[in-house]
Design a protein around this ligand. Structure first.
Ligand code: 6R9
Length: 566
């Protein structure tokens, strides 16, 4: 039996107080995410249960119980306090997926500071922009990333502390402090900061379509949504071994790579290494992963390798799969059923929403290609882009919009009230995405608000085209973007990477064009196809249509600091 049971029953009379009661939170009282993720689980008698099963690319493995997590997070919190770091100050975590990253996250929240996780593959410029904007006072990093910090530290007047987790003090410079978790005393008693619902917790930087990245400000009350969505959508249960592929530099890696599972007292496994089909399957096999939260690009990469590779491993422990971050093609859902005997459950949400907002639930029939339905506490709709009124028509495409007020919604963009105000219209929060709703209430993603192709007055969704392209036997990855056209305003141009064994040719180009014309419509048919050895992606794995589109329009590409193939 899944945690959510019947979606319809959960919808009736839903109230977030369900989560408040389960967590023993009294409105107006104290609420500290760090405490909930560690001390509370120990108080429930689960101190000896594993919180973290960790392994790196070399196969070095470490295990931490909830009691270890409690004491080690106390050690880090006490250490940061000892440096003079005050509640409310921003402390950046700039590390690979080492245990210190996960435990440090809990620690920073416990001592009342704001945790600012940044992806460790950021170069110095991306790092500087975000530290400068947040006026960050401390950064916790690894020796390998120290040169990037040293390069910019003189341009960061607020940065007072550089803490290095894997280098002895003798190798460090002035202003740099060594902290070694293995040698640190386990602190049993630590006075957790008495944060309340609206106390700032996590500051995530997210890239918009314009301007510099924005700091999305979360508060401690967000745990109410993260706890319950992790329980009902990921279906986390007592005996699960959960694996989230996302790096905590991105919101998925914190909301569901730290807070969600640990607030539920679940054991989670972390693999500190990049993608590799066999490496991933071996990891699932070794740790007997039961619940797996992944992303479409990864799933497509696994698909590319075929089901035979999957058969070489014992993946029978898997019982529930979910996906987030970009459109999950119907083909991928169908393939996962074939490869793993389970379908991936698509979930839609954003840095700004803090928790899943539109999702497929265990037990609910999946319509492959659909993002599912709103989470019970979320009021969602699609709006007419001109009037900002709900379209109220089955199948009509509009802007995905949410009624503000669920617990984990951000409270603003750091130092950017105008940017935040621009996200609202008519009392709705605008996600910046387009979708339609079918007669059963399922949401179908069309594209980013700025990526939809308008050809001859007809809107065409790149996702639809890309999905169809993926059904062609030669296509490994694809992106469809608008190309300016004197007659139709825009036409579709497709960028394609081919599967091994296929070579670009005029014949293949024609064949694929006709394939789409037949499958979809002449409007959706690419007028041009460019074969490319790879497609530009963000470091979190999203194909950046924006970059391709900019090339077509002859515009500057803009901030591509998060590109994977930099
Ligand atoms: C959690 C996360 C948010 C944007 C969002 C949308 C896209 C996320 C999706 C999806 C289609 C899904 N997105 N989930 N598109 N289907 N299931 O990814 O946060 O990095 O802020 O990105 O990602 O465009 O607006 P974030």
């Amino acid at each position: 039996m899944s945690n959510i049971g019947s979606y319809e029953e959960r919808l009736q009379g839903f109230d977030w107080s369900i989560a408040e009661q389960e967590l023993g939170y009294t409105p107006g009282g104290r609420i500290n995410i760090g405490w909930y993720c560690s001390d509370r689980i120990c108080d429930l008698g689960l101190g000896q249960k594993h919180a973290l099963l960790w392994e790196d690319a070399q196969g070095v493995a470490k295990k931490f119980t909830y009691d270890d997590l409690r004491c080690y997070s106390n050690s880090i919190a006490a250490f940061l306090q000892g440096l003079g770091i005050q509640p409310g100050e921003r402390v950046c975590l700039f590390m690979d997926r080492v245990p210190e990253l996960y435990i440090g996250f809990v620690a920073i929240l416990k001592m009342g500071a704001v945790v600012q996780p940044l992806f460790s593959a950021f170069g110095d410029e991306s790092l500087w922009t975000r530290l400068e904007n947040a006026q960050t006072t401390a950064i916790v990093t690894q020796k390998k990333h120290l040169p990037k910090v040293r390069k910019i530290k003189d341009k960061l007047p607020y940065l007072k502390h550089i803490i290095v987790v894997d280098a002895p003090q003798t190798t460090l410079r002035e202003g740099e402090t060594s902290f070694n978790l293995d040698e640190a005393p386990k602190v049993d008693v630590f006075e957790v900061y008495p944060s309340t619902a609206e106390t700032p917790s996590v500051l995530h930087y997210t890239s918009g379509t314009t301007g510099q990245p924005k700091g999305a400000q979360h508060v401690h009350y967000s745990i109410i949504s993260q706890y319950l969505t992790a329980k009902w959508v990921l279906d986390l249960q007592a005996d699960d071994i959960y694996w989230c592929n996302a790096d905590p530099g991105w919101v998925t890696g914190t909301s569901y790579g730290i807070i969600g599972p640990w607030a539920n007292g679940v054991t989670q496994a972390v693999l500190d290494s990049g993608f590799g089909t066999e490496r991933w399957y071996a990891f699932i096999q070794k740790y007997r992963i039961t619940v797996w939260y992944s992303a479409p690009t990864a799933i497509r990469l696994l698909m590319r390798e075929g089901t035979e590779v999957a058969r070489k491993y014992d993946l029978s422990s898997l019982r529930h799969l979910a996906s987030v971050g970009e459109p999950l093609n119907a083909e991928a859902v169908i393939w996962s059923q074939e490869a793993y005997g389970l379908q991936f459950h698509d979930t839609f949400w954003q840095t700004e929403t803090g928790c899943m907002v539109i999702t497929n639930y265990p037990g609910m029939p999946i319509k492959p290609g659909s993002m599912g339905k709103p989470f019970p506490g979320i009021t969602a709709t699609v709006l007419n882009p001109r009037t900002f009124e709900p379209v109220n028509q089955v199948g009509m495409v509009g802007l995905i919009a949410l009624r503000p007020g669920w617990p984990s919604m951000i409270r603003g963009y750091w130092n950017n009230p105008t940017g935040y105000a621009n996200k609202f219209a008519n009392g709705w929060y605008l996600c910046g995405d387009r979708a339609s709703i079918d007669r059963d209430g399922y949401y179908w993603f069309v594209g980013r608000d700025d990526d939809v192709i308008n050809t001859g007055g007809h809107l065409v969704g790149p996702f639809e085209i890309e999905s169809a392209l993926l059904e062609h036997p030669a296509v490994a990855e694809s992106a469809a973007v608008a190309k300016p056209d004197p007659v139709n305003m825009e036409v579709v141009k497709a960028f394609i990477t081919l599967k091994p064994g296929f070579e670009p040719s005029d014949d293949l180009e024609l064949e694929i064009m006709n394939f789409i014309r037949k499958r979809l419509s002449p409007l959706a048919m690419p007028q041009e196809i460019e074969f490319s050895p790879g497609l530009p992606k963000t470091r979190s794995g999203k194909i950046m249509r924006r970059v391709l589109r900019a090339r077509e329009f002859g515009e500057p590409v803009g901030d591509i600091s998060t590109l994977m193939d930099e």
